[in-house]
Design a protein. Structure first.
Length: 314
């Protein structure tokens, strides 16, 4: 029943019908594609095409040959397709939806994708516990994950569990038909109204668009002041030479938390980065430790594996 409810939500939100042809590039054992691909096709009568493994040339070939109308992607796949060489003759004409889940989309990737395929990348948000719950159906705002899908209710609560107003940061709580009832042999994770705490810190604007600001569990406590790693990462990403970065906490010898930045890039040095950060961040937000790595650990879907970043630093 939960999976069927999620499929109906996708069907209604994206107006999926029997004439649609869905290409799921990630595997359907990923909860995003299980709902948006497998269940959406079953409840709507749309055709579903699956890929054994992602090869961008094969994805383009199938899209053209089968007149695919809906393509399901994750960010690393969207980047690969946006970077490929495409002639006017090989551009697919049938696509009406290119939906990216499991991560954010940059303006640069979206712009290059539009140049290649003629449509904007749309955004999808959800979790294994909730299924797909939020989607952006419009080109802008590109940094938003969108608005609640059909049949989804949400709340944004502050640290005191009071509802936040618009444009105020708080934790995202969700209630929908596709949601789980709880974890096995554990106390209920739902509030008295049946809402589930996602652990994501968000802001909702007056138009209803949701903007992710970070993960609650990743917030760093510096002497009682809260540091959002996403904010620090956004600042570091704009520094010339930085290709990718991650900001995590570490334990000092006195067991207090500190801010640690891990960067991949060219021509980087700690002194210049520290000066740059101090001009744009509060003192307590500026990393105490800078590390330079060749690459960041990622899983097969392109997500940074943060557990592999959390080693002790003296």
């Amino acid at each position: 029943d939960n999976l069927t409810s999620e499929g109906i939500s996708y069907r209604n939100t994206f107006a999926i019908n029997p004439e649609d042809r869905i290409l799921s590039l990630p595997p359907v054992y990923h909860s995003y594609c299980l709902g948006a691909g497998c269940m959406a096709s079953l409840v709507s009568g749309a055709s579903l095409y699956l890929s054994r493994r992602f090869v961008y040339r094969n994805a383009l070939r199938v899209t053209c040959e089968k007149d695919i109308t809906i393509m399901l992607l994750v960010p690393i796949m969207a980047r690969s397709l946006a970077n490929m060489y495409l002639t006017e003759q090989t551009r697919p004409r049938s696509l009406r939806v290119a939906l990216v889940g499991a991560g954010p989309i940059s303006k640069d990737v979206n712009s290059r994708f539009v140049d290649k395929f003629g449509i904007n990348l749309l955004s999808n948000y959800g979790s294994t516990e909730t299924g797909g719950v939020i989607s952006r159906l419009t080109p802008e705002p590109i940094d938003s994950i969108g608005r609640p899908m059909d049949g989804v209710e949400l709340k944004v609560k502050d640290e005191h569990l009071k509802s936040c107003g618009f444009n105020h940061e708080g934790e995202l709580w969700i209630r929908c038909g596709g949601m789980f009832s709880g974890y096995l042999n554990a106390e209920s994770e739902l509030d008295e109204g049946g809402f589930y705490a996602t652990g994501d810190i968000v802001v909702q604007d007056p138009e209803g668009y949701i903007f992710i600001k970070g993960r609650k569990k990743n917030i760093i406590n510096i002497g009682g002041k809260k540091v959002n790693p996403s904010k620090v990462e956004a600042v570091l990403s704009q520094y010339a030479g930085v290709k990718e970065c991650a900001v995590v906490s570490y334990k000092k010898i006195n067991q207090e938390e500190g801010v640690r930045a891990i960067l991949v890039g060219d021509g980087l040095n700690e002194r210049d980065l520290r000066t740059y950060c101090k001009s744009l961040l509060n003192q307590y937000e500026t990393p105490s430790v800078f590390e330079f790595w060749k690459s960041l650990p990622r899983n097969e879907l392109g997500k940074i594996v943060r557990d592999l970043l959390n080693k002790k630093v003296d």
